[in-house]
Ligand binder design. Structure first.
Ligand SMILES: Cc1ncc(COP(=O)(O)O)c(C=O)c1O
Length: 356
């Protein structure tokens, strides 16, 4: 059958060029006689790989020297805990906005560590929009947001400017469009959507937010440890970081963030236009808050939704089933999803609609 269009929410498609390059270097990485997987993380060659990944990320995202870039493990879920562990001392609090299942998880985990204020939520409306008109709590040390809500298909249309450090879970839209990193105190993201394979988590943190006065947690959970150790405090996920470097190289080669943003906006518009023109499919998110990465929709009839997903699978489009908490369909169209994949999905949607 060959390669299919994989609409999964993550892990998800990787650029074919990247997979081919990795395959070519699998047995013998650039004359070293070994795979990157077999290489010591303390070797000169590997130090070059991790330094390259960091340099490319800094260049592609425009991250200035006052920020540290860390390659960690434990996924975005570990950051749900590490953020409050590192940014809040005993009597300090933080504000959170509850915009989806992962935001809710971040809140739940942070509450185990410190006191958290949920200053806005769209939970009661099924997370179909991004709330507005909230107020920062006096004394809150940071505001946590989930810039793109993977399961519900919403995205913050604008980045809030609130006068306290903004902490963002950017797992599902990092590198999808231009981002002004200076607006954030801390950005974190699991790699398995736009950055590379699962296993590595990126943390971008403003240097002055790394605290030395909170000493109650083991070294592995402190940003200071990883910043001082250049992400080599312990064995990092070496192969995943190498793959991130290749993905970033691919991104540079195609024209960087500006080009991928153009492609992503086009793909998302094609799909949303199709949904808006349809008499059968209904888009899941409020128009102004629509994600350009995860597009949720449904017919309103579970049986018909099931038929749609099954039919897509049969012609080489996989993982279009929506998350069980939302139902319906979800098309995750990350950076590596070619326009041809979106075209094929739209053709199928139109044919499906005609035939019911
Ligand atoms: C927005 C968001 N946050 C957090 C997570 C959890 O990430 P991980 O599985 O890397 O812990 C995900 C996973 O899909 C996500 O999409």
């Amino acid at each position: 059958m060959g390669r299919i269009f994989n609409f999964a929410a993550g892990p998800s498609m990787l650029p074919e060029e990247v997979l081919k390059k990795a395959a070519g270097e699998l047995l013998d990485y650039r004359g070293t006689g070994m795979s990157v997987m077999e290489m010591s993380h303390r070797s000169k060659v590997y130090e070059g790989i991790i330094a390259s990944a960091e340099a490319r990320l800094r260049k592609v995202m425009g991250i200035c020297d006052s920020y540290k870039v860390l390659f960690l493990q434990g996924g975005a879920s570990q950051q749900f805990a590490m953020v409050p562990m590192n940014l809040l001392s005993k009597d300090e609090t933080a504000d959170y906005i509850n915009t989806g299942s992962f935001a809710k998880n971040a809140i739940k985990e942070a509450k185990i560590i410190r006191k958290v204020n949920v200053i806005a939520s769209s939970e009661e409306a099924g997370y179909t929009f991004i709330p507005e008109g909230y107020r920062i709590t006096d004394g809150a040390r940071y505001l946590h947001i989930t810039t793109n809500n993977t399961i519900e298909g919403t995205k913050f249309p604008d980045i809030p400017e609130v006068g306290i450090p903004l902490v963002a879970d950017m797992s599902s839209n990092i590198l999808s469009e231009r981002t002004d990193v200076d607006k954030f105190g801390l950005i974190y993201a699991g790699a398995q959507k736009n950055l590379g394979p699962a296993g590595v988590t990126i943390v971008i943190i403003r240097g002055d937010l790394i605290r030395d006065d909170i000493t109650e947690y083991p070294a592995i959970f402190r940003y200071r440890t990883h910043a001082d150790g250049a992400s080599l405090f312990n064995t990092p996920p070496t192969y995943s970081i190498y793959m991130v470097d290749l993905v970033l190289e691919w991104l540079e080669d195609i024209g960087g963030i500006a080009e991928i943003e153009k492609r992503n906006l086009k793909k998302a518009k094609m799909l949303y236009d199709c949904l808006d023109d349809s008499k059968v499919f209904i888009a899941g998110a409020r128009k102004k808050d629509r994600s350009i990465m995860n597009i949720t929709f449904k017919t309103g009839n579970d049986e018909l939704d099931g038929k749609f997903v099954k039919g897509a699978e049969a012609i080489g489009m996989t993982a279009l089933k929506g998350h069980r908490s939302v139902g319906g369909m979800r098309a995750s169209i990350y950076n590596a999803m070619p326009e041809a994949g979106v075209e094929k999905l739209i053709d199928y949607m139109k044919t499906f609609e005609k035939n019911i």
